[in-house]
Design a binder for this molecule. Sequence first.
Ligand code: 5AD
Ligand code: SF4
Length: 466
Amino acid sequence: MEIDDIAEIIPAGTAAAATGAARKVFIKTYGCQMNVYDSQRMSDALAADGYAATETIDDADLVLLNTCHIREKAAEKVYSELGRLRQLKAERAEAGREMIVGVTGCVAQAEGREIIRRASAVDLVVGPQTYHRLPEVVKKARGGQKVVETEYALEDKFEHLPQPRKAEVARRGVTAFLTVQEGCDKFCTFCVVPYTRGSEVSRSVAQIVTEAERLAEAGVREVTLLGQNVNAWHGEGADGKEWGLGRLLYRLAEIPGIARLRYTTSHPRDMDDELISAHRDLRALMPYLHLPVQSGSDRILKAMNRRHTAVDYLKLIDRIRAARPDIAMSGDFIVGFPGETDADFEATMEIVRQTNYASAYTFKYSPRPGTPGADMDGHVEEKVKDERLQRLQKLITEQQHAFADGLVGQTISTLIEKPGRQPGQIVGRSPWLQPVIVDEKAGEIGDIVDVRITKTGTNSLFAEAV
Ligand code: 5AD
Ligand code: SF4
């Protein structure tokens, strides 16, 4: 599963003025890319019901917080935002204007009705499995009810959600997310996902292909397949056979217009031969793989219920690199899991040295109520966690810089994505997800062009057209 800890706040909105619709919705997204995708789909569902999206909270009649529950800090952020919204709602009430406040996402699923008890501003709580019911829930809330909708729906929500709107897809840009799988059956002992997102469900091949074609028709060049455990995706193919993610990627690579494919986040246990072969065969499949290992200590991996050892992981990476030598690795690490000793942590440092990451995310262990890890003995002191996190981050930053420095002087392919901050510049994306800043003469938005890297910035590359 992929969650970048930046807890990016991304309004899923559009220029509401363009539609002149009466009601407006503001969606604030916390957490992972799956939430970014969900916010877009909620926005599509509400648009069908007459709500235009806005990026300004002051314009909004409906405010939705699409939340993340992965670490304690992420959940706390939601409650402090709800405090601010209470104030805003009170001001609105005085002015005689309606403001409906809703909580969606994983905090909604995990805490349900408790949210309404704790935060009086909240009118509706909707879990990730029932977004297709959002328009109906909003109607009830407008009628004065407090609505909580967190049951796992029997119906397939994707069948009931409207397709992404073409104009909206085009506005969102030339890269897009596409959720193919939700939930997780792995039950790592630190993780809330199996509880908040439920057990693994794969979308059908037909649904995925139709959505990808629609994205391509709207001008999307790069599609990132999403899933909490995306490489566990499986489904029945057009040939009546059971497909895995590898086979699906071969199929998606045939869609005209789709030039780049990615997928995230994967579990090492679910990297099968066909998926590794896809990395060898498909030029469209970008040579960048987010494959979290979490720890380098077998003792801790066992306590985490990861069901693989450090050596299993390293051997797997050897196989992937043999198939695609230019692949760059990314990962997630947790420091300070209960019982982690200095020696365990050194094993984590060692696996990082051996793998050599192009980037990686590091987290301090955060006990999540209801997960087995929270009840384990040997919780690690905050100070120790801080020290370990710093050392690990330093090593990963060094590797990340070394990887970027190694690209200087090389010619690489870049997907042009958007105008740059400085006039005359445009920003593209490298095969390894780095922003590439280049002269606007290099190409138009949506083009994939070769550029020569001239120098590196903090988190980006500078390039010249070739
Ligand atoms: N504490 C700290 N980090 C966590 N992650 C998941 N649960 C926790 C937790 N309780 C991290 C894992 C996962 C990433 C998305 O978040 O590294 O891969
Ligand atoms: Fe959480 Fe583990 Fe499932 Fe990833 S594989 S979502 S870390 S339980």
